[in-house]
Design a protein around this ligand. Structure first.
Ligand SMILES: Nc1nc(=O)c2c([nH]1)NC[C@@H]1CN(c3ccc(C(=O)N[C@@H](CCC(=O)O)C(=O)O)cc3)CN21
Ligand SMILES: CC(C)C(=O)C(=O)O
Ligand SMILES: [Mg+2]
Length: 287
């Protein structure tokens, strides 16, 4: 039996041609180095094998198994209901499938807020059972003890501030955060996460000017979603980016494809072929 070692697989970046150059795993220090060089980087969510492979090979350096799986995989109305048990198989599928990307697992609502101990228990499961390379949690300076507990245990942590969907009800809906006088608090939260050891911080629905200020004040990368062009990185939910989600999109979404249209067309043609008797044809049959 021939086994292909991870470091012998073709590099997903560049020409796509097979190469002897090892495809090295993206590490958190690479992300900070990209910030230092002023190179913006993309991040996408992924929840399964095909998307993980496709995005990995397209050169997306960081894949997020978001708790947005709640509404984009499981069909819940928000991200609040999803559990660690529901997240783990998705995390495992993505880490099994991405040979280059750094895979970040979102900690679901209720799985880390109670204490640093609870956060560590959940994060360890994401690393051991999900084989994640890092975890992400929502919240600012109040969650610095959680971030410290995880980083002390050797688990890289991505922060997430601004509009934090798990606090939708506390924040009073889907609203831009950090406008006016609350900008200083947002900057303080970002600095507290960096001081606690976070390797990056997501800024969601934050005025572009405030995100620019946070990005300038932090040594670690900022990852924007509805946070303007001056963040070090940008993230989108893949079903929004690829047009699988046909619902009303938030303002920060740009659609790069019409996957819903492609799939709908394919399913309609298949149905018509079956109904009309033109599928399966001779070439699809065994004798
Ligand atoms: N498909 C999908 N995309 C996401 O970006 C996403 C999820 N799901 N699920 C988890 C959270 C929820 N997020 C959301 C969801 C909705 C809005 C939204 O409706 N925004 C409006 C209102 C903004 C305002 O009132 O100021 C917008 O137009 O941007 C924003 C973020 C981001 N995350
Ligand atoms: C939108 C991103 C940042 C996220 O947290 C998620 O997909 O769950
Ligand atoms: Mg999330």
């Amino acid at each position: 039996m021939t086994t292909v070692r991870e470091d012998e697989q073709p590099a997903p970046y560049g020409t796509g041609a097979a190469t002897t150059k090892p495809a090295r795993r993206v590490r958190v220090h690479h992300l900070r180095e990209m910030k230092e060089r002023g190179e913006a980087w993309p991040m996408l969510t992924a929840y399964d094998m095909y998307t993980a492979k496709i995005f990995d090979q397209a050169g997306i350096p960081v894949l997020l198994v978001g708790d947005s799986a709640a509404n984009n995989v499981y069909g819940y109305e928000s991200s609040l209901p999803v559990s660690t048990e529901e997240m783990l198989p998705l995390v495992r599928a993505v880490t099994r499938s991405a040979s280059r990307a750094l895979v970040v697992a979102d900690l679901p609502f209720g799985s880390y807020q109670a204490s640093p101990e609870q956060a560590l228990t959940t994060a360890v499961r994401m690393m051991k059972e999900g084989r994640a390379h890092a975890v992400k949690l929502e919240g600012g300076s109040r969650f610095a003890p959680q971030v410290e507990a995880l980083t002390s245990a050797g688990i890289p942590v991505m922060g997430h501030i601004g509009f934090t969907p798990q606090s939708e009800h506390g924040l009073g809906g889907y609203r831009v955060q950090g406008r006016g006088a609350s900008a200083d608090a947002l900057v303080a939260d970002a600095l507290a996460l960096e001081a606690a050891g976070a390797f990056a911080v997501v800024l969601e629905m934050v005025p572009a000017e405030v995100a620019k200020r946070v990005t300038a004040e932090l040594a670690i990368p900022t990852v924007g979603i509805g946070a303007g062009p001056d963040c070090d990185a940008q993230v989108l939910v893949w079903q929004d980016m690829a047009g699988l989600n046909q619902g009303r999109s938030p303002r920060f979404v740009k659609r790069y494809a019409d996957v819903a249209g492609v799939l709908s067309q394919a399913a309609s043609e298949f149905a018509a072929d079956v109904r009309g008797g033109s599928f399966p044809a001779e070439e699809h049959s065994f004798h």
